[in-house]
Design a protein around this ligand. Structure first.
Ligand SMILES: [Zn+2]
Ligand SMILES: [Zn+2]
Length: 311
C-alpha cells in the first residue's frame, strides 16, 4: 500500500490501483473507496480497510471512476459485506453496472503490446448491482468526501469520471490518463512512471478522450494517482500531462483501430452503435502460424515420392 498524499492511500492489485480516501483534517471522519480492483481481491481490500480505519468501519460510499472489469472486481463481495454502503457512478456508466448493456467490445488491434493483444480475453459482460448503484450528484459533490468534486472525463468509457481535491490539487484520474504504458506487459511489470493516454484497447471515443485530458490539464494537479501505474507529482507531472494534451493524437491516439475513425455511441441505456471490428493481430498471428504449418505439411507431403507398390 502506498500513502499518496495525506488522506489518500493506493492499493495496487496486480496491475490496477484502488484508493482509500479520507479527510486528513478529520482522522475519525468518514472515508470512501475509489474503485474496486480485480476479481478475487475483496479479502485484501477488506483487510487494508480494517488496517486503515478499524474494524467494522465501512466506507460512507464506494465511488467508481468507471466500470471496467479491473475496477469493479471486488464489488459483489464488498456490497455484501457492507450492506448499507451505496455505490456511485456517472449516469452514463450505470447501464454497465446494472446488467443493461455490455461495454463496446475492446479493440485488441491497438496498443501493440501483449496486454492489448490479449484484451479480447478480458470479461466484458456487465455486472448487475441493481439499486445499490446510484448516479453521482449532479452538482459535482462527492458523497462521503466533502472537499472533493467529480468531473466527467469520458472517452475511455462512456461515463468515466475523475475526482479532484482542490485544497492540495490531488487528482484521482481513473483511466482518463495513466502513469504507465498499460498496453505493454513489460512496462506494467516495471511500473515506470510516465504519463500516457488512456489504455487504448478499451477506449471507445478518442475525441472525448482528448477533451478529457485537456480538462484535467486545466486543473493543474499537484499529484495524480491513476488506475494504472504509480502516482506522479509536481512539475514533472504537469509537464508530461501538458505534452500529452498538446500532442494527444500523436502520443495517445492509435494510428488506426476500431474506434479511431468513429467512436462507439452510447447513452443512458448503454451502447447504441459500434463501428465494425478490425482484425485482431494475435489470432491473425496464430492463424498465420497455422497456415504456414499446413502449407509446410502439404509441400513436404508432395516432396515425398509416392510409395512404390511392391510387385
Ligand atoms: Zn478502464
Ligand atoms: Zn483500468
Amino acid at each position: 500500500m502506498q500513502h499518496v498524499v495525506p488522506g489518500v492511500w493506493a492499493l495496487r492489485n496486480v496491475f490496477v490501483n484502488l484508493f482509500y480516501v479520507r479527510d486528513p483534517e478529520a482522522p475519525a471522519g468518514p472515508w470512501a473507496l475509489v474503485d474496486a480492483g480485480l476479481p478475487g481481491s475483496a479479502p485484501k481490500v477488506l483487510d487494508k480497510a480494517e488496517f486503515l480505519f478499524g474494524e467494522d468501519n465501512p466506507p460512507a460510499a464506494i465511488l467508481l471512476t468507471h466500470g471496467h472489469f479491473d475496477h469493479i472486481g471486488a464489488l459483489h463481495t464488498l456490497v455484501e459485506r457492507w450492506p448499507d454502503v451505496p455505490v456511485y457512478a456517472h449516469p452514463l456508466e450505470l447501464p454497465y453496472l446494472t446488467g443493461r448493456s455490455s461495454y463496446p467490445p475492446p479493440d485488441p488491434s491497438v496498443g501493440g503490446g501483449a496486454m492489448a493483444s490479449l484484451s479480447f480475453l478480458y470479461p466484458k459482460k456487465p455486472i448487475d448491482l441493481g439499486d445499490r448503484v446510484k448516479p453521482l450528484p449532479e452538482d459535482g459533490t462527492v458523497p462521503g468526501l466533502p472537499g472533493w468534486r467529480w468531473l466527467a472525463t469520458p472517452g475511455h468509457s462512456p461515463g468515466h469520471v475523475s475526482f479532484f481535491r482542490e485544497s492540495d490539487r490531488t487528482l484521482l484520474a481513473g483511466d482518463a490518463f495513466v502513469t504507465t504504458k498499460q498496453e505493454s506487459a513489460m512496462a506494467v511489470w516495471q511500473q515506470k512512471q510516465e504519463v500516457h493516454g488512456p489504455p487504448a484497447y478499451f477506449t471507445c471515443d478518442w475525441e472525448q478522450a482528448r477533451a478529457s485530458v485537456q480538462a484535467l490539464v486545466a486543473l493543474q494537479p499537484e499529484v495524480a494517482a491513476t488506475g494504472h501505474g504509480i502516482a506522479m507529482r509536481g512539475q514533472e507531472l504537469r509537464d508530461q500531462l501538458t505534452q500529452l494534451a498538446q500532442h494527444f493524437d500523436q502520443a495517445a491516439k492509435p494510428a488506426q483501430g476500431r474506434y479511431v475513425p468513429q467512436p462507439a455511441l452510447a447513452d443512458e441505456t448503454g451502447v447504441i452503435a459500434v463501428p465494425p471490428p478490425v482484425p485482431n493481430p494475435l489470432p491473425n498471428l496464430l492463424l498465420g502460424i497455422g497456415l504456414v504449418g499446413i502449407a509446410a505439411y502439404v509441400l513436404a507431403s508432395q516432396d515425398k515420392p509416392a510409395p512404390q507398390r511392391q510387385k
